[in-house]
Design a binder for this molecule. Structure first.
Ligand SMILES: Nc1ncnc2c1ncn2[C@@H]1O[C@H](COP(=O)(O)OP(=O)(O)OP(=O)(O)O)[C@@H](O)[C@H]1O
Length: 288
C-alpha cells in the first residue's frame, strides 16, 4: 500500500509540477490519467525514489521514501523511456538488470531470469538480440525487468504509447495478471487502457489531483454534459472544432458528439462514456 500526503514538487525555477497531492493506492491496478504535463511522470519518479519531493510525505507499506534503500526492493518501475543495449539478448539484459538489483548468486539469477522470461512470454526470443524485438516485446522485457525480485508494487509509466493494437492488448493482459496480488500504478493518457484494466482511477491536471475514485465515478462526471447532433456538411463547417469530441459518418449526415454546455438548440443529451467523463472533468477543471 502507498500513502501519499500533501506531496508537492517544483523543479528549479519551474512552476509546480505537483501541488498538494494526497492519494492512497491499495492492491490491484490504479490508472493514473492526465494530459501531457499533468505531473504523472514526476509523481511516479518520486514513488520510485528517483526524485525527491519539495514537500509532503510518501509511505510505502508504512516506510517513508526518505529511506530509499528499504523502499527500492519493494518497488518495480518501468519508466516511459528506458534504454536497453540493442546488442544484448533479452536474457543477457535481464541477467545484467538482476545483478544491478543485487541478485549476486549466478544460479539464482539464471532461475529468476528464466522465470520472468516465461512470465512475459518471451522465452522463445530470449536469446535473440534486443534490436530485433518489436516495441511490444521491448515493453514486455521492461516489465520483466521491473518484476525482478518479485516486488509487491509495480509502477508503469505510459507503457502502450507506440505499440500496435495487438501488442497493446497483449501487454495489458500481462499487466492485468500481475495486478491480482500487487499494487500497480499505470499511467497513461489513453482512456481505453484504463477501462479494460483498472479498478480505480486517479486523474491529474496541471500538477493537481482532480479526482480519485472508481471508473463509474469518472464516467458520472459526464452526466448532463454530453450532447449529440446529426449535422449536414455545411452545418458541421460552422461548428467550433474544439467543441466536438468525436464524429461518425452516417447516411443522413455527420453524427457529432459534444462535451460541456449544450452547444446549440438542436443538440440532444447522450449517455456519457468513460472518455466523456474524463473530458468533462478536465473542462470543468480548466474553467474554474
Ligand atoms: N526535469 C525537469 N525540469 C523542469 N521541469 C520539468 C522537468 N520534468 C518535468 N518538468 C515539468 O513538470 C511538469 C510535469 O511534467 P511530467 O513529465 O511529470 O508530466 P506528465 O503528466 O508525465 O506528462 P506526459 O504525459 O507528457 O509524460 C511539466 O510542466 C513539465 O514541463
Amino acid at each position: 500500500m502507498i500513502t501519499i500526503e500533501h506531496l508537492s514538487k517544483t523543479y528549479r525555477k519551474g512552476a509546480w509540477a505537483l501541488l498538494d497531492v494526497s492519494l492512497q493506492l491499495d492492491k490491484g491496478m490504479t490508472g493514473l490519467l492526465g494530459p501531457n504535463g499533468a505531473g504523472k511522470t514526476t509523481l511516479m519518479r518520486i514513488l520510485a525514489t528517483l526524485l525527491a519531493p519539495t514537500s509532503g510525505q510518501v509511505r510505502v507499506n508504512g516506510i517513508s521514501i526518505t529511506r530509499p534503500e528499504e523502499i527500492r526492493p519493494m518497488i518495480g518501475y518501468l519508466p516511459q523511456h528506458f534504454h536497453i543495449y540493442p546488442q544484448l539478448t533479452g536474457r543477457d539484459y535481464l541477467d545484467y538488470a538482476a545483478a544491478m538489483k543485487g541478485i549476486k548468486d549466478r544460479e539464482a539469477r539464471r532461475k529468476e531470469v528464466a522465470r520472468l522470461l516465461e512470465t512475459v512470454n518471451l522465452q522463445d526470443k530470449a536469446d535473440k538480440k534486443v534490436r530485433t524485438y518489436s516495441g511490444g516485446m521491448k515493453q514486455r522485457l521492461g516489465i520483466a525487468q521491473a518484476l525482478l525480485g518479485s516486488p509487491g508494487i509495480l509502477i508503469v509509466d505510459e507503457p502502450t504509447s507506440g505499440l500496435d493494437p495487438q501488442e497493446r492488448v497483449r501487454f495489458r493482459n500481462v499487466l492485468t495478471r500481475f495486478s491480482i496480488d500487487r499494487t500497480v500504478l499505470l499511467s497513461t493518457h489513453i482512456v481505453a487502457d484504463i477501462e479494460s484494466n483498472c479498478r480505480r482511477i486517479a486523474v491529474m491536471n496541471m500538477g493537481r489531483l482532480v479526482m480519485s475514485g472508481t471508473l463509474g465515478e469518472l464516467q458520472a462526471c459526464g452526466n448532463g454534459q454530453v450532447w449529440e447532433a446529426v449535422l449536414s456538411a455545411d452545418e458541421f463547417s460552422r461548428v467550433d472544432p474544439m467543441q466536438v469530441v468525436s464524429t461518425k459518418a452516417l447516411p443522413e449526415g455527420i453524427l457529432c458528439r459534444f462535451v460541456g454546455k449544450k452547444p446549440f438548440m438542436g443538440a440532444y443529451p447522450a449517455e456519457p462514456s468513460l472518455e466523456d467523463g474524463y473530458l468533462a472533468l478536465l473542462r470543468r477543471d480548466r474553467d474554474v
